[in-house]
Ligand binder design. Structure first.
Ligand code: KIV
Length: 318
């Protein structure tokens, strides 16, 4: 939400336009001081490097939807990536249970635990000054009911400093969402393809097609009624996601749910080309970090083996 919008033209703000380039992708960003703008014109206050920086809040998600400003999110699991994404003006960072795959190397997200996610969440929170950070409640930490869901959410809030939690499920998780929200903790919901239910869903399958659309809409409304501030729609046909987006007053965040959603979220390792092997069709790869690291590691090994590293400039004198 730091990019100039249709309603936020350069003449209305005084800032320095910077170009962020990555693999041919160019994005305009107002990354310097901004003039006096109202909350309505620029819901988040200044850009990422503005000294009068403000934190993205859940109410800004609502403002963004109302004003047609697209919301951006990436997953993050560590301090360094979090600080880079924060500097780029990404609006929210999700410490996803996808860490089960990307950090811990499990086959699915099912084994990952709260104890494994807490240190990662702490690191991401330390890395940001603007982005809203959301912690994913892992499988087994909320399904037993509202009490368990609240206890798990409280652990994340107290032990990490995170700003919101996310959990999977529509109607089936509505009571959990209500209880967490009543305790003052913002909840991002997640419907469509929900990776924690991979085996129940019968695999990595697009959700909400045909007759399933009605259930998806019912789930979306249940989430909104329960008090969630936003909902992730994962692997849903664009037309159905568009309908959900129109019917809900809370923002929809797409993970493979098309352009009509109010925001877009990606798993950063897929998005940056860090993931080895197959990536989903909806992912646009904005960099090729995996190849860059591979090349660097090969060159380092060759240098060491050939005695080319360390060179005199890398040595300490007496
Ligand atoms: O864990 C995760 O990264 C997620 C996103 C894919 C929505 O839940």
């Amino acid at each position: 939400m730091v990019t100039p919008r249709d309603h936020l033209t350069p003449s209305r703000i005084t800032g320095q336009r910077t170009e962020l380039r990555s693999n041919g992708f160019t994005r305009s960003s107002w990354a310097s001081t901004v003039g006096v703008v109202t909350d309505i014109e620029r819901p988040y206050g200044g850009g990422a490097s503005d000294p009068a920086l403000k934190r993205v809040r859940t109410r800004h998600f609502q403002l963004a939807k109302e004003q047609g400003i697209k919301i951006t999110g990436l997953t993050s699991y560590d301090f360094l990536s979090a600080s880079i994404f924060d500097e780029a003006g990404i609006d929210f960072l999700l410490v996803g249970d996808s860490a089960g795959n990307t950090v811990f190397g499990y086959d699915t997200t099912i084994p990952v635990t709260i104890d494994e996610l807490i240190p990662l969440t702490r690191a991401v929170v330390r890395g940001v000054s603007r982005a809203l950070v959301v912690a994913d409640l892992p499988f087994g930490s909320y399904e037993n009911g509202p009490d368990e869901a609240l206890a798990s959410s409280i652990r994340f809030m107290k032990e990490t400093g995170v700003h919101a939690v996310k959990l999977e499920g529509g109607l089936r998780s509505a009571e959990q969402i209500k209880r967490i929200v009543r305790a003052g903790i913002p909840v991002m919901a997640h419907i469509g393809y929900t990776p924690q239910s991979e085996h129940g869903l019968g695999g990595h399958i697009i959700q909400g097609r045909g007759d399933e659309a009605e259930q998806l809409l019912a789930d979306a409304h249940a989430i909104e009624d329960a008090g969630a501030f936003a909902v992730v729609l994962e692997m849903v046909p664009s037309a159905i996601a568009g309908q959900v987006t129109k019917e809900l007053s809370i923002p929809t965040i797409s993970v493979g749910a098309g352009p009509e959603c109010d925001g877009q979220l990606m798993v950063w390792s897929d998005w940056a080309g860090f993931t080895r092997g197959r990536i989903p069709k909806f992912v646009k790869q904005y960099a090729n970090i995996g190849q860059i690291l591979l090349d660097a590691a090969v060159t380092f090994r060759e240098d060491v083996e050939a005695g080319a590293y360390p060179a005199p400039e890398h040595e300490y004198g007496e």
